[in-house]
Design a protein around this ligand. Structure first.
Ligand SMILES: Cc1ncc(COP(=O)(O)O)c(C=O)c1O
Length: 392
């Protein structure tokens, strides 16, 4: 049975970061390389998103955006309908994406010299933004238990120095694909309270959950920490519209909201109309059905990729509970990082993110983006088997 996601769409020459920057950054030839780094998908969004854009383009007047009631209602509907979390429209701030949202939180809730806690390895832009703002990154390394990430709060308590003001959680986790359980989320909330930290929960991957797993929104796991909670979500990752650069920072607490609003105003930030129109068109029942189909397809890709990779002696792909980002441990090969990376980039001609950019714990890993047609995943799996055939 074919799927709408099977279509191979040529993205070369479209200003695609993932495809057009692959050769300059990784040295993987554009001609026949496979791009599996940046976290966007090689798929079109649901038809409703395209239709909304078409209607904007046909109208052809691109003035300032006003009256965002429908946009806010759509976000409220999605949070309630898909995640069981009821929000008020005024809790929502729209930023230029969630890296921008992270930077805004760092700016609004911490001062230069303060430390921000990260559970590493984790999405690399967090540390980049924190360090660029003159704050310190306090790494709390995730523990590996039978090839799966776990948190160790006793160890983290011992790492705190008193200068920490904020913790950023990635939920579900990138990389490694953990869907944190409600109990683990309560552990994070208690940790935040024990150390008097603002808790920023980046839930951008919340819709991309594999069949059989269920994501819990932080405010549902720990309703009593609303006074220190900042939630971040977006349509961009779910519907593959990251170029629209918009994200939602949802803040239930009035005081935290006022502080965030003040920084937004001071910087003169207001959203781009294309992002708002696409987001409103995505958060619909049609969009929900598309996401269900997408997750089933990604699960199929994951199975194909993991079966091939785990058959190579010394390689282990972490079982993904969410996200389309396979996190592959090469340390069992006994090769140094330069050698396994060379085999992937020059042998298999695949661009994958380098593990160390995700912080402590990423050293022996590469991250592969599986959100691409099944045939491409199959080809990448074959190429990896070939590049490591001497281990078989
Ligand atoms: C956890 C996480 N947060 C944020 C982003 C990027 O957000 P944006 O494109 O909205 O800046 C990513 C992209 O991969 C991500 O994995």
């Amino acid at each position: 049975m074919t799927s709408r996601f099977d279509e191979i769409i040529n993205r070369h020459g479209t200003h695609s970061m993932k495809w057009d920057r692959m050769e300059p950054i990784y040295g993987v030839p554009a001609q026949d390389g496979i791009s599996m780094w940046v976290a966007d998908m090689d798929f079109r969004p649901p038809q409703g998103v395209q239709t909304a854009l078409d209607s904007m383009l046909t109208h052809g007047v691109y003035g300032y955006y006003g009256d965002d009631a429908g946009y806010r209602a759509a976000i409220g509907w999605w949070m309630q309908h898909r995640h069981g979390w009821q929000i008020a429209p005024e809790w929502i701030f729209t930023t230029h994406g969630l890296v921008n949202g992270t930077g805004m939180c760092v700016d609004a809730y911490t001062r230069p010299g303060d430390a921000v806690v990260l559970f590493t390895p984790v999405y690399h832009a967090f540390a980049r933004v924190i360090a660029a703002a003159g704050r310190e990154v306090r790494e709390c390394p995730l523990a590996l238990d039978d090839g799966r990430y776990e948190m160790d709060f006793d160890a983290y308590d011992a790492l705190m120095t008193g200068s920490e003001r904020m913790v950023i959680l990635c939920s579900p986790h990138n990389p490694g694909g953990r869907v944190w359980t409600a109990e683990e989320l309560r552990g994070v909330a208690e940790f935040a309270r024990r150390h008097n930290l603002i808790l920023v929960s980046d839930e951008i991957h919340h819709d991309l959950v594999m069949p059989g797993h269920r994501h819990t929104a932080m405010p549902l796991a720990a309703p009593d920490i609303a006074d220190r909670l900042v939630m971040m979500t977006a349509t961009t990752k779910t519907f593959n519209i990251a170029g629209s650069h918009s994200g939602n920072v949802i803040i239930p607490d009035a005081d935290l909201r006022a502080r965030f609003a003040a920084r937004m105003q001071a910087l003169g930030l207001s959203p781009n109309s294309f992002g708002l129109v696409m987001a409103e068109a995505a958060y619909t029942p049609e969009g929900a059905a598309w996401v269900d189909e997408l997750c089933a397809y990604l699960d199929g890709n994951r199975q194909v990729f993991d079966a091939a990779v785990n058959a190579i002696p010394g390689l282990r792909s972490m079982p993904l509970e969410a996200t389309y980002l396979a996190w592959v441990d090469f340390s069992g090969t006994g090769m140094d990082r330069a050698e396994f990376t060379r085999r992937v980039e020059q042998g298999a001609r695949i661009a994958a993110n380098h593990g160390p950019t995700f912080g402590t714990g990423g050293e022996g890993f590469l991250r592969f983006n599986l959100a691409t047609p099944r045939a491409v995943v199959e080809q990448s799996a074959e190429r990896l088997q070939q590049a490591f055939s001497d281990l078989q």
